[in-house]
Design a protein around this ligand. Structure first.
Ligand code: FAD
Length: 386
């Protein structure tokens, strides 16, 4: 019997690839292995569910069983792949050895936990990076049975979106981050400050410019000890301190990989023949974008390649729409540090243009009413991967 095409990971990259493949080839045996529940869900919706008080089951488009059935695949859930043998073309899951014909790594990115979490408060410290995490945090909010005091650590896209969503859901939110303004990797400071003002106006408490030194037990609360010695108390803590590509499996197998992800070419082919990667774990020709549009484009071309027509991927100038309704934000962060940001506009309706040394537009950021300029500016910005 021919070994199946094997995909590790059932996030938007893994399931997205399987969906695309099935439009081209309904016959090929495929095995999908995932460490989580395997439900088909849209990860961006995780940071919009608390305002609408959505229970976790409302976020899953279909169950793992339906995925397997409708997409004609063997799906193994709550199963962690321990190792990859590239020469023998097998996977190790405990003692078990599974043969593959071609392998796709779609193992995503994992939240970093830069702080030791004392055992006594571990049940009240969360990060939300998949539907199972959402289930756990949702259950903790429900168990409190009232509006919660939630401290969010980290003011990047994930931290800001959950902060906005939880405030809208009626919770008392504090946002802690060492930077002076929210979204430091997407926005120049004047635009970040505008978002911070909108957050503060909505009742959020901002502890910006403050590093978190440690987490501590504080009676029935969690204490967040800040670098000025002050202590912030919360019912629950949400860590949003960044995501790192899960490269360990690939690296241990001998594939070329680094902090930016598994290195793949435009065909999503890794340093070993027959082994591919896409999604948050993949660094495609030097770019790891970690957003949905790049992984969708990758899934489309990789399906064609796996179906017998090798097809390279390219990425357009795709801006990121940050889900902060308190102040709409759109950003297309430049790939290299700009020589200058040119900021225009009034109040919280701002446009920031990132320029190189020849005054060429290489990225932009928009807030408030100016987000409507996203299409016009995206057309004038070079593609992420041309
Ligand atoms: P993941 O979804 O992380 O999937 C990885 C899979 O690999 C999981 O199934 C996991 O169980 C499995 N896995 C890992 N290791 C193993 C192993 N050893 N064995 C078996 N299985 C394994 N992007 C946008 O473009 N727009 C947005 O608005 C947006 N909002 C977001 C909001 C939030 C809260 C977050 C966290 C991200 C958001 N993103 C957004 C980013 C986007 O969601 C991700 O880029 C995308 O979902 C990544 O998908 P993935 O399949 O590569 O990884």
């Amino acid at each position: 019997m021919t070994a199946p095409l094997t995909i590790i990971g059932s996030g938007m990259a893994g399931i997205g690839l399987l969906k695309q493949l099935r439009t081209l080839d309904t016959e090929r045996p495929v095995t999908l292995i995932t460490a989580d529940s395997g439900d088909d869900y849209s990860k961006p919706l995780l940071s919009t569910g608390f305002a609408k008080r959505l229970p976790p089951e409302r976020l899953a488009a279909r169950s793992a069983l339906e995925v397997a059935d409708q997409l004609g695949a063997v799906l193994r859930t709550h199963t962690r792949v321990d190792a990859i043998d590239l020469d023998a073309r097998t996977l190790c899951i405990g003692e078990e050895r599974l043969a593959w014909s071609e392998l796709v790594l779609a193992t995503g990115a994992a939240p970093g936990t830069p702080f030791a979490i004392p055992e006594g408060i571990a049940e009240r410290v969360f990060s939300i990076n998949d539907l199972d995490d959402y289930r756990s945090f949702h259950a903790a909010l429900e168990a409190l049975g009232r509006s919660a005091r939630v401290a969010i650590v980290g003011a990047g896209l994930v931290g800001c979106e959950f902060a906005n969503d939880l405030v809208a859901g009626g919770h008392a939110v504090s946002l802690v981050a060492p930077e002076r303004a929210p979204l430091p990797r997407l926005l120049p400071e004047p635009l970040g400050k505008a978002l911070g003002e909108a957050f503060a106006e909505a009742g959020m408490r901002l502890y910006l410019g403050h590093g978190l030194q440690r987490l501590a037990e504080s009676g029935s609360d969690v204490g967040l000890v800040l670098d000025d010695g002050s202590v912030l108390e919360a019912d629950l803590v949400l860590l949003a301190t960044g995501l790192r590509p899960r490269i360990e499996l690939a690296q241990a197998a001998g594939l070329q990989a680094g902090p930016a992800g598994i290195q793949v070419d435009r065909y999503l082919q890794s340093s070993a023949a027959g082994a591919f990667a896409l999604g948050d774990v993949a660094c495609v020709d030097g770019v790891n974008a970690m957003y949905v549009q790049p992984l969708q484009a990758s899934a489309k071309v990789l399906a064609r390649t796996l179906a017998g027509t090798p097809t390279p991927v390219s990425y357009g100038a795709w801006p990121v729409l940050v889900k902060t309704p308190l102040l709409p934000v759109v950003a297309l962060p430049p790939l290299q540090a700009p020589v200058r940001w040119r900021v225009e506009g009034e109040g919280r309706d701002l446009v920031a243009l990132a320029e190189d040394q020849d005054e060429r537009l290489i990225g932009f950021a928009l807030t408030g009413g100016c987000v409507k300029r996203k299409v016009e500016l995206a057309r004038a910005t070079p593609p992420l991967l041309g």
